[in-house]
Design a protein around this ligand. Structure first.
Ligand code: ATP
Ligand code: SF4
Ligand code: MG
Length: 334
């Protein structure tokens, strides 16, 4: 494997001292070059916090309290993201990593044409580019994300939610980043539109050779469009596996629950059961496995000892990891 981004032991707290709650707990996750990695989990599991933390966009009182984030530029020296200078960080955020956050489509400025806003992004980050070249590039980007010629000069309110989301993707791709992070860009959109946008992103990835971290609670989208999936619960990654493997044979009872919370893509219809109970309270996390109060398979060790994420002893390869006492791991450092 060829990593483009490595998150190592990342923890994120909101607040300081005894007021602090830990929203991301010791997360290690690798994004490989050219892959689409999906991150799923219920509301409050820490998905957005992880994305904000690794790009250093955490709003106060959020602080990264432990861990490292390493970016591997193609052919260059590894970059320690968490110790970048402000100037280095600006560069990293647009030129290397681009982020489309939850509700980003509503952040378009209502008084400017979408093409103008895209031209502004190019102007701010590529000052050497001629005016004419910027205009041409903006039109090309908008066409690339499926905005037809006659909508290029539209104002945001003249576009549908799906169109505005496409504009955001166009902006995210403007500087040809190596990593695109999308945090539930599609929750407000209907399912058909979500699929179209994701498919487009996956197609663009093939042409422009970037990696995607895609965050959502719609696991069915991830099964369809991502290469690998990581599942988050109570601030931790509890399982990660290739998408098809996770769909066929998930190991963590929480992943099972999430998978059964949406209709089967193909094959026989399954009952939608959802997961009883509610996500853990960060201020008083359950002991041991934080899922144990909701887990249908909990047994003796579960309420006592925290299961560590690792490759189960009976499985091959490092691609599969799980944190559950049902699947004792080979080596916690794996
Ligand atoms: P969703 O699917 O709803 O977007 P999420 O997985 O992105 O959820 P986060 O937004 O990362 O979850 O939140 C993780 C936890 O951190 C939640 O328990 C949330 O209440 C808490 N949290 C988020 N922002 C703050 C904040 N500014 N101050 C205190 N706690 C916060
Ligand atoms: Fe359930 Fe125990 Fe596995 Fe946690 S460790 S998911 S409680 S079986
Ligand atoms: Mg979120």
């Amino acid at each position: 494997t060829d990593p483009v981004l490595e998150i190592k032991g990342l923890s994120v707290d909101y607040g300081l001292g005894n007021q602090a709650v830990r929203a991301v707990r010791d997360v290690s996750l690798t994004l490989n070059r050219g892959e689409v990695l999906g991150l799923a989990g219920e509301s409050g599991s820490g998905k957005s916090t992880l994305a904000y933390g690794l790009t250093r966009l955490l709003p106060p009182p959020g602080v990264v309290s432990a861990g490292k984030v390493i970016y591997y530029p193609p052919g260059g020296e590894p970059v320690d993201v968490l110790s970048l200078t402000p100037a280095g960080l600006r560069e990293f955020r647009w030129a290397e990593t681009s982020i489309v956050f939850q509700g980003a489509m509503n952040s378009l400025n209502p008084v400017y044409k979408v093409s103008t806003q895209l031209i502004d992004v190019l102007e701010a980050h590529q000052p050497g580019m001629s005016r004419q070249a910027r205009t041409a590039r903006a039109r090309e980007l908008l066409k690339m994300v499926g905005i037809s010629e006659d909508r290029l000069d539209a104002y945001p309110h003249q576009l549908s939610g799906g169109m505005r989301q496409r504009v955001m993707i166009g902006m995210a791709l403007a500087l040809e980043p190596k990593i695109v992070i999308m945090d539930e860009p599609t929750t407000a959109l209907d399912v058909v539109m979500q699929r179209q946008i994701l498919r487009q992103l996956v197609d663009l990835r093939k042409r422009f050779d970037f990696s995607v971290l895609f965050i959502t609670h719609d696991l069915s989208l991830l099964v369809e469009f991502s290469d690998r999936i990581a599942i988050m619960y109570g601030g931790r990654i509890v399982e990660q596996a290739p998408a098809s493997v996770l769909y066929r044979d998930s190991l963590h009872p929480y992943s099972d629950g999430l998978l059964h919370s949406f209709p089967a893509l193909r094959g026989p219809r399954r009952d939608l059961v959802g997961i009883p109970g509610s996500p853990p309270d960060l201020r008083s996390m359950p002991s041991g496995c934080s899922f144990h109060p909701r887990c249908p398979k909990a047994f003796d060790p579960c309420s006592v000892d925290v299961p560590v994420l690792g490759t189960p002893a009976d499985l091959q390869g490092p691609a599969r990891k799980v944190a559950c006492w049902l699947h004792p791991i080979r080596n916690s450092a794996d």
